[in-house]
Design a protein around this ligand. Structure first.
Ligand SMILES: Nc1ncnc2c1ncn2[C@@H]1O[C@H](COP(=O)(O)OP(=O)(O)OP(=O)(O)O)[C@@H](O)[C@H]1O
Ligand SMILES: [Mg+2]
Length: 254
């Protein structure tokens, strides 16, 4: 059955080509923040590390592999998160097998997007956390309506951003499908010169595509993970929550 456009979940993808710049932290914070704003949200973790589920304190039994394979019913692999409006499809090591399964079954990226849209039927937003490379990342890039690229404000990450944007452009060109919006999200902001200089460089290079409110490097972002709490549960009035709140407003506002 065809879905009407208004019933199709908007797909927000957090990605970059570098490890440790805040993809999972941002995915979980934005997905749970959307849920708190009354948006029915599904979080799909395509990384084999399965950090999104771990950050929320959820088991990784059935996983993204089962969702992307397209044979099981969503009720078999979608987990409640214990929070209103927020469900999750956890990531696990098995997700690494999806590339060969799709190749064997002749599943194109367009067909995989249909499978993903069916999983997200009835949700307002599908948030996808990605690994820093590989087929699951390429698939997520293809599917994105909104792409958010977290970039830590240090030299290696600024350099990695160019690779990420090149990969995004290549995939768009090859498959003739572009995200509506790409946001560059500065993360790990500190009060030192390196952070300020890199913010200025991002502003010069990317202007309006850059999110003006950086996510600060603060211990609360780590501590909430250790407690399996979202930033909204752990420190709702802190500066990390404030930054993710601004990002959500920008995403919802368009
Ligand atoms: N704003 C922040 N301040 C301090 N620590 C943070 C912040 N954001 C994330 N972290 C911590 O930094 C580490 C890396 O963050 P995260 O796991 O979100 O990155 P990632 O891009 O998903 O990494 P990977 O590429 O390994 O999946 C984690 O330990 C996380 O708790
Ligand atoms: Mg991660």
């Amino acid at each position: 059955m065809q879905q009407s456009p208004e019933s199709i979940a908007r797909i927000i993808v957090f990605t970059n080509r570098k490890g440790g710049d805040g993809k999972s932290t941002s995915s979980v914070s934005v997905a749970s923040g959307l849920a708190l704003r009354g948006k029915k949200t599904l979080l799909l973790d395509t990384d084999t590390q399965g950090n999104s589920a771990m950050f929320l304190g959820i088991d990784r039994d059935f996983s993204a592999y089962d969702a992307l394979e397209g044979r099981r019913k969503p009720s078999e692999f979608i987990r409640g998160s214990g929070r209103n409006n927020l469900d999750i499809i956890p990531g696990s090591r098995r997700t690494a097998l999806i590339e060969s399964t799709h190749r064997q079954d002749g599943v194109s990226l367009a067909a995989a997007l249909d499978i993903i849209r069916r999983c997200a039927d009835g949700y307002d937003y599908l948030v996808i956390d990605t690994p820093p490379d590989g087929y699951p990342q390429e698939l997520a890039l293809y599917c994105a309506d909104i792409l958010v690229v977290p970039v830590a404000l240090d030299y290696p990450s600024m350099d990695g951003l160019k690779n990420t944007l090149r990969a995004i452009a290549e995939i768009s060109d090859r498959h003739q499908r572009k995200p509506e919006s790409i946001y560059i999200l500065p993360t790990f902001f500190t009060r030192d010169n390196e952070s300020s200089n890199n913010m200025a460089e991002l502003q010069r290079a990317y202007g309006d595509d850059m999110v003006q409110w950086p996510v600060p490097a603060l211990v609360e972002a780590r501590e909430c993970v250790a407690c399996a709490a979202t930033i909204w549960e752990y420190k709702p009035n802190g500066k990390v929550a404030l930054a993710y709140g601004r990002l959500i407003e920008r995403i919802i506002g368009g």
